[in-house]
Ligand binder design. Structure first.
Ligand SMILES: O=C(O)CCC(=O)C(=O)O
Ligand SMILES: [Fe+2]
Length: 339
């Protein structure tokens, strides 16, 4: 395997393979206070009001944070601690812990996962595995650190409940039936444990390139280190770390189902020179054979489908081949596509 950045991050200067062309570099790393993505209190009593706020945030930003979400602070702290402990292990141990499944359901990679073919590498290592079902996949999760399966198992259950709560609010806001998303549309969630070590020159490189997420929604635990940014009105907005809050964003699948009423926002990760940043992303994914298309109840003669029907696996394979290129993905999913 190519070398994990966490194994050599203190090498100086930043190697050429990580230096992005000037137009893709992060530019300003710090942003004036003021512009920020919405923060929603999910513990509020008024469900109607919560739905209005979540719909407004999903339409205008495609990104928001949630507090009072029902996942305990202790579990969040334990999860982040385990995530950091995993990436702090020696490379041989990490590789060994992620090599148990011949079908590679659990993988450790560096950069984007396309190391051999990408032009530049990202300053990031990533552990990725299915979050459910436990019966099928937990046996392939890392068994070291020793509490990994116990803590990440509990976290997977709680964050999945939170995703269902959020999807219930969104389906009500879209006037879809209750339980709309608790179907094959949310059957195959995955977890990514991202790690961005301190970087010798954060102004020249990226932790993750500008992208939209592929799934229904993503729920990200970003800890207390800055780095995530959202592109809004032609500028990058930093997502302020709020202790124990989750960052939620709309993925392509929900954009397609809602026929563009809700839109995924482009985001990226910048690095810093002093603090390692470890984050946990939970992606709500449909099963591979789910048909993803604009929901019939949301289209009509005046509002025709702007996306075509695709099996999730076909969309996903294509997405992975062109994830950073929003225009290419848009072309592929468009109802006017000539594929
Ligand atoms: O690490 C982060 O803050 C965000 C990660 C992300 O965008 C992703 O996993 O798709
Ligand atoms: Fe993302």
């Amino acid at each position: 395997m190519e070398k994990l950045v966490s194994s050599w991050f203190n090498v100086r200067p930043l190697p050429e393979a990580y230096v992005f062309p000037p137009e893709q570099r992060p530019g300003k790393l710090f942003f004036p206070q003021g512009k920020s993505i919405p923060v929603l209190d999910l513990g509020g009593q008024n469900r109607k009001e919560t739905i209005q706020l979540i719909m407004k945030a999903s339409k205008e930003f495609g990104f928001f944070q949630v507090t009072n979400h029902g996942v305990s602070k202790d579990l969040i702290d334990d999860t982040l601690a385990l995530a950091k402990e995993f990436h702090a292990m020696p490379a041989e141990d990490k590789i060994c812990e992620c090599s148990k499944d011949p079908d590679r359901s659990c993988k450790l990679y560096t950069s984007s996962g396309k190391y051999a073919t990408e032009e530049k590498h990202y300053w990031r290592d990533c552990l990725i595995h299915p979050s459910h079902s436990f019966e099928k996949y937990m046996q392939f999760w890392p068994a070291k650190p020793v509490r990994y399966r116990e803590v990440i198992g509990k976290y997977s259950i709680e964050v999945r409940k939170l995703s269902s709560k959020i999807l219930e609010l969104l389906s009500e806001g879209l006037k879809l039936s209750s339980g709309y998303f608790s179907s094959d549309l949310s059957e195959s969630p995955i977890l990514l444990i991202n790690h961005y070590p301190p970087c010798p020159d954060p102004s020249l490189t990226l932790g993750l390139a500008r992208h939209r997420d592929p799934g229904v929604v993503s729920i990200v635990l970003q800890g207390d280190v800055h780095g995530l940014q959202v592109f809004k009105d032609e500028e990058w907005i930093g997502v302020e770390p709020i202790p124990h809050a989750f960052v939620v964003n709309i993925g392509y699948v929900l954009q397609i189902i809602s026929n563009g009423k809700l839109k995924g926002a482009e985001h990226r990760v910048v690095t810093n020179s002093t603090d390692a940043r470890t984050t946990v992303s939970f992606f709500v994914y449909p099963s591979n054979d789910s048909l993803i298309e604009p929901e019939k109840a949301l289209v009509n003669a005046c509002d025709p489908p702007i996306y075509r029907a695709l099996k999730f696996k076909d969309f996903h394979v294509d997405f992975l081949s062109k994830s950073a290129d929003a225009e290419a993905v848009q072309k592929f999913i468009s109802s006017r596509s000539i594929y």
